[in-house]
Design a protein around this ligand. Structure first.
Ligand code: SF4
Length: 348
């Protein structure tokens, strides 16, 4: 619920309109999951809220730890659909601890990317704004249990199951609550929206007045090779135009994600063509992601040597390039894999 909706809810429960902000402070600021502990609300209001509303509609049904700072939650929605949220802890070179989550926006995904477990089953449904944000509440519980010095997220990446911009209205509502001072008060610059590249939606997001980071999955250097991996490819030229527009409107750097698939798009010639695509782009960043193994995809992980050669080629050409470490390989780390396993288990 946004603040207007909370106000309506509070008034319907015999509360005063100003108490909506107090309720928002408990829900989003303190991430309190029991009405009864919201002590500056009257007992009557707490009881009425308790009778009419649920604070969570989903439950955590699986938890996998990688032992290298990554925890993946399998979350069952009210209708039995399963989504995933991942928590990653890492200590950066400067000693600062970074705690990033990767959250889902859809059950399944309509984009059909061949290297992705979520894409194999198609779209089941969009998540509501509440279901998107509930993942953060489940992670908050997890982080309290972990009882580490950094007990709340430093970064949110919307890159889990689903194509966020395909569920635009619910995504925007969730991000608005995430960012709002009365909401989670989480800085837009610490939030990254990762998309397969829906040009019209990228433009629409650019016009909302927020400074969210944008990451675009390229994965190919021409439309033929890209379409082979992303069947719903909207066309590289249109996507890159929309990305430039995003930068012009928001002044936020755009990151290009590039999944390296062994023997498909990890050769030197492809690296040079990737340089050509991004080199004129204002402040281009490229994240290289060596593909995680996905059963039945027919695609291979790249060799370490291929990853190194590819990276060096970009670096020498002056591209700001990072290789994403393969985190959590032991926790079914490619998006959708945990869900596939859970669904197989419950149907078997
Ligand atoms: S990689 Fe992302 S956009 Fe592609 S199918 Fe998987 S979840 Fe969807």
């Amino acid at each position: 619920m946004n603040l207007d909706e909370l106000r309506e809810a509070v008034v319907a429960c015999n509360g005063k309109p100003f108490q909506a902000k107090q309720l928002a402070q408990w829900l989003y600021g303190k991430r309190e999951l029991e009405f009864d502990r919201m002590t500056n609300l009257s007992k009557e209001l707490r009881n009425n809220l308790q009778q009419r509303y649920r604070l969570l509609t989903s439950t955590v049904v699986a938890r996998e730890e990688s032992g290298e700072g990554t925890t993946k939650l399998g979350i069952r929605l009210h209708d039995g659909m399963i989504i995933e949220a991942v928590l990653m802890r890492e200590t950066r070179a400067d000693g600062a601890e970074r705690v990033t989550t990767c959250i889902s926006t859809q059950a399944g995904c309509a984009m059909g990317c061949r290297f992705c477990a979520s894409g194999q089953l198609g779209l089941k449904r969009h998540l509501s704004a509440g279901e998107i944000l509930e993942q953060l509440l489940h992670l908050s519980v997890l982080m309290r249990e972990q009882a580490q010095a950094v007990d709340w997220l430093t970064n949110v990446v919307v890159m889990g199951m689903g194509e966020p911009l395909h569920n635009f209205d619910n995504l925007l509502k969730a991000l608005t609550i995430l960012n709002a001072e009365w909401g989670f008060h989480f800085g837009a610059r610490r939030v990254t929206v990762s998309t397969v590249g829906l040009p019209d939606r990228i433009r629409q997001l650019a016009e909302q007045g927020y400074q969210f980071n944008l990451a675009i999955s390229l994965h190919g250097v021409d439309d033929a090779s890209r379409t082979a991996l992303i069947p719903t490819n909207a066309g590289l030229a249109k996507i890159l135009d929309a990305a430039k527009y995003y930068f012009e409107q928001t002044r936020r750097e755009v990151t290009f994600e590039y999944t390296l698939v062994g023997g498909k798009n990890d050769d030197l010639d492809t690296a040079q063509r990737l340089v050509e695509l991004v080199k004129d782009f204002p402040r281009a960043n490229v994240n290289l992601i060596p593909m995680n193994p996905v059963e039945n995809s027919g695609l291979e992980t790249p060799t370490t040597e291929a990853v190194n050669v590819f990276t060096e080629e970009l670096r020498l050409a002056g591209v700001n390039v990072h290789v994403r470490r393969r985190r959590g390989r032991r926790v079914q780390a490619a998006c959708g894999q945990l869900r596939l396993k859970l669904e197989e288990a419950s149907s078997g």
